[in-house]
Ligand binder design. Sequence first.
Ligand code: UT7
Length: 341
Amino acid sequence: MPKELPSGGKFTDSGAAMGVEIIGTGHFVPGKPIKNDDLSRVMDTSDEWIRTRTGIRERRFCDSTETSASLGIDASQKALAAAGITADEIDVIICATVTPDHMCPQNACAIHAALGCRPIPAFDLVAACTGFIYSLSVAEHFIRGGSAKNVLVVGADVLSRTIDMTDRNTCILFGDGAGAAVLSARQAPAVGIRSIKIFADGGPGHLITVPGMVTQQPANSCATQHDYIRLNGREVFRFAVRRMIELTQEAILECRELGVELDLLIPHQVNQRIIDAALETTGFPASKVMVNLDKYGNTSAASVPIALDEAIREGRAKTGDTILLVAFGGGLTWGSCIITL
Ligand code: UT7
């Protein structure tokens, strides 16, 4: 029986009958790091302010030939190689993005074409920084429903094309990148996705806005000031800390019910102070937290899958480990996923 959680979400150990396992991950970030000092040369900020207020040291921005779809294609190819499967074996492609190349064709279809898949469902999903966890949830439903064996889930964003370089409150936070994972059905309980929870509250949606644009165009070529990403940093900070605490506390309870220990927490990478505040309240040890925001800043839907892939490739997340993914962002949306690798 599902259990009620403090947030109103339900806890179900969905691993009972069949596992939905991550069998391969990959990521791609554009080449040249943009250091804090590169920003302080063109606006009123400093390396010291950015480092101490956020923990970010550098981020990657696409060049004019790169797009969220092209980053997503690179990340997907790496995920397929790690999974050891061919494009023919993929049954569904979901691309989480708030910065698609176009409204149509969708990024997922560009990825489909580049990989050379047979005709299968391929679609984009918009849930901002929580997009990858939303997409995992949709993928899990496809697999548990029996209509897919392997689902490619991609998070790809190029926030650099949405930032107003005169808005120092916002532009210092973001970077570009893509991460991908292949989910697969497996007849093995207690492996793979143990629990997923996703939420939205549209009421305070105005706290993070990207009014409307697509991104296959030169950097900083937003049509008007109104198109740029805008962020109420202080309010979103409070929301992020509150949700990260709640999701982490619930996951600790769920893991207790499952009889497993959390080996690694992979939070949305945006601000070290958000992570520190959540750890202080939950008592979760900092040594078990994956952080790479110093290198990439906030890459939106790509943030969690990039960190997941790095954790796996660096050996911080190993087969048999139980990890917690936590994200929060525009919408407002938030969510978490407990996975045993
Ligand atoms: O992915 C979606 C999720 N997004 C987030 O979770 C973002 C959450 N918010 C944050 O991470 C933080 O709120 C920010 C990093 C955006 C801002 O940090 P803060 O500590 O909340 O700064 P603040 O907005 O309270 O501003 C403090 C001061 C202000 O000056 P005054 O008014 O005290 O004189 C700002 O004008 O810092 C100033 N400031 C800056 N100074 C130098 C704001 N941005 C900058 C800057 N460089 N880049």
